[in-house]
Design a protein around this ligand. Structure first.
Ligand SMILES: Nc1ncnc2c1ncn2[C@@H]1O[C@H](COP(=O)(O)OP(=O)(O)O)[C@@H](O)[C@H]1O
Ligand SMILES: [Mg+2]
Length: 211
């Protein structure tokens, strides 16, 4: 049994107003009609800077998709400051970094069952070369594979303005939600982050104003 973090309100307090707001986010994404028949969707949650609520939003959104009966996998692509393992109470032993560094087949990428309908690929540590790993063909191959296995693939990411990683991940994503934090994110940062992600050809789904 995993030890869930109190950040996971959608699971621990599903009747709360906060949980309802994550369900309403799920509905907004559903209205975008991203799904192609027979394939899951890859959604990235991004933000201009750190500490704006990407991981909190993603992990709760994942729970609400899973509660809706969808098969969900969350992938900790924040190889610089990974945290999804802690939120779902899982060890961060094997995960994304080991798979990307290896030559093993895509089926060999370790995932863990975190909750009913919800699997997790942890970062598997903090490798020294995150952008090279995330930009490699093995990453594209993994996401293609996951889209065949899951309805929703959610990618956590490091800040758009500090690292190139989010721009790389945007290329693989069917849609991106940009999280900004009230009283913290400057308007200019949000604008720059949006422009940078759009340069990757990504589809911006909208902005979430956190807090
Ligand atoms: N809506 C919220 N209400 C209260 N605390 C929040 C909220 N969103 C995020 N936090 C807190 O803010 C901090 C940063 O959030 P996090 O999701 O880890 O940001 P990021 O992934 O963008 O770095 C965490 O301590 C988290 O618990
Ligand atoms: Mg985070």
């Amino acid at each position: 049994m995993s030890l869930l973090s109190n950040v996971l309100v959608a699971e621990t307090d599903p009747n709360s107003a906060v949980a309802e707001s994550y369900r309403s986010l799920r509905t907004s994404i559903r209205h975008k009609r991203l799904k192609k028949s027979g394939e899951g969707i890859v959604l990235m949650i991004a933000s201009p800077k750190a500490q704006e609520g990407k991981t909190t939003t993603l992990s709760n959104l994942a729970v609400t998709f899973a509660q809706d009966g969808q098969k969900v996998i969350v992938v900790d692509c924040n190889l610089r400051q990974p945290s999804l393992h802690a939120i779902y109470g899982m060890p961060n032993d094997a995960g994304l970094a080991q798979y990307l560094k290896s030559a093993s087949p895509v089926q060999g990428c370790t995932s863990k069952a975190a909750l009913p309908n919800l699997h997790l690929i942890t970062s598997g540590g903090q490798p020294p070369n995150p952008s090279e790993l995330l930009g490699s063909p093995r990453m594209a191959e993994l996401l293609e594979h996951l889209k065949q296995q899951y309805d929703v693939v959610l990618l956590d990411s490091p800040s758009v303005l500090d690292f190139t990683d989010a721009g790389l991940l945007a290329e693989y994503s069917d849609g991106i939600m940009l999280v900004v934090k009230q009283d913290r994110t400057k308007r200019e940062w949000a604008k720059q982050a949006k422009e940078r992600l759009e340069q990757s050809g990504a589809r911006m789904l909208g902005m979430i104003i956190n807090k």
